[in-house]
Design a protein around this ligand. Sequence first.
Ligand SMILES: Cc1cc2nc3c(=O)[nH]c(=O)nc-3n(C[C@H](O)[C@H](O)[C@H](O)COP(=O)(O)OP(=O)(O)OC[C@H]3O[C@@H](n4cnc5c(N)ncnc54)[C@H](O)[C@@H]3O)c2cc1C
Length: 387
Amino acid sequence: MTLTSSLNREAACAQNWDAIVIGAGPAGAVAARQLAQQKLRTLLIERKTFPRYKVCGCCLNQRAINALNQIGLGQLLESAGAVPLNQFRMQYHGREAVVSLPGGLAISREVFDTRLVQSAMEAGAEFLQDTTATIIDSAEKRTSRTVDLSYQGQIAGSATAKIILAADGLGHPSLQNCPGFDMQVAPDSRIGVGAAFKLKNLTSYPAGMIHMAIHRSGYVGLVRVEEESLNLAAAIDRDFIKECAGPAAAVLQILRESGSPVLPEMTDGSFKGTLPVTRRTLRPVGDRLFVLGDAAGYLEPFTGEGMANAITEAMAVAQLVPEGLRHWDSALEQKWLSAHYSLTEGRLFWCRWLARLLRSPTAIGWGLRLFHRFPGMARPIVARLNH
Ligand SMILES: Cc1cc2nc3c(=O)[nH]c(=O)nc-3n(C[C@H](O)[C@H](O)[C@H](O)COP(=O)(O)OP(=O)(O)OC[C@H]3O[C@@H](n4cnc5c(N)ncnc54)[C@H](O)[C@@H]3O)c2cc1C
């Protein structure tokens, strides 16, 4: 399933858009769809060619599914072949605990993100891929903002819009020329590592189960997605990656030490990495500019909050854009800061707590023993993270 742009760069530069959305992950694609549904002239720009691989655990929690249902996109998951999740297996030093999950679906990001972009286009958004957007900074009081569009490292033109949404993921590269959007990166932040495998014999990793191999230096999550594929995503300490001489070796070491099966395909698989993941933009708003999804901030993948945050933030920002088109002021910026805080930062207590706990070998050992004997004890934690 491939996607083609709905217009070329020249056409994108020829009009003044109501909104330009940068990045076609869940945050950008859902925001573009919600804006187009309100009949706003919306351009969604993506630097990669879709479908594209993205390092991710590919698990949608119940909160993400509820949000998609709320905006009428629940059907998309079913028709794309998303796999229902019902169990969560944790392994650490040969010990294991299995707890039941109150909901969730696994779907590859190639399929999920492509379907979301298709839904944005069906709603009337224009889509321009293979194009890197860079927001231009200017001290003047503005009625619109400009974005440089590049193709293969060369600037191909500039597009303007009354409002820009930066949904370009970790590190928000589109804001590199705009002062005031520096990200605070946690000194002990882990790095994301991922790979996908098409395997014939997948009995060691059954469908419907999230398998988590835990190690003092990180964790590796494995889950079956649609079409008999196995998705692997890990968050690993940078020092451990250096110690193992690379991300692939670090992943295999974690799998082996935890007692998880290492399949032959994994030893010569091609692994991709991310920037350090635990980071946040101190003020994810600027003049005629909203920052959302991972571009605004991200904690750790283990808690599965990433896509739920991206989708709910996209829904919230789409409600503020019409007001910003009528009149942009500091009160509107404050509204976005409050919405962002309550949707993400305000929910982070449990995620932070769990992320800290998972860095202590003693806590992991005791937690696993406890959950193995009394699986019901994990239920409130799982439920809290899932909703
Ligand atoms: C190891 C790991 C495991 C994870 N597991 C899960 C999980 O199981 N469940 C979950 O919910 N979340 C998980 N996450 C988090 C999840 O992947 C992110 O939170 C989610 O993708 C954020 O969506 P987004 O739309 O904000 O950004 P992204 O999905 O990163 O999308 C940003 C898009 O912007 C594009 N882009 C970047 N720069 C530009 C530019 N200058 N111009 C144009 N386009 C640009 C990129 O190509 C990309 O397509 C995981 C993350 C990691 C690292």
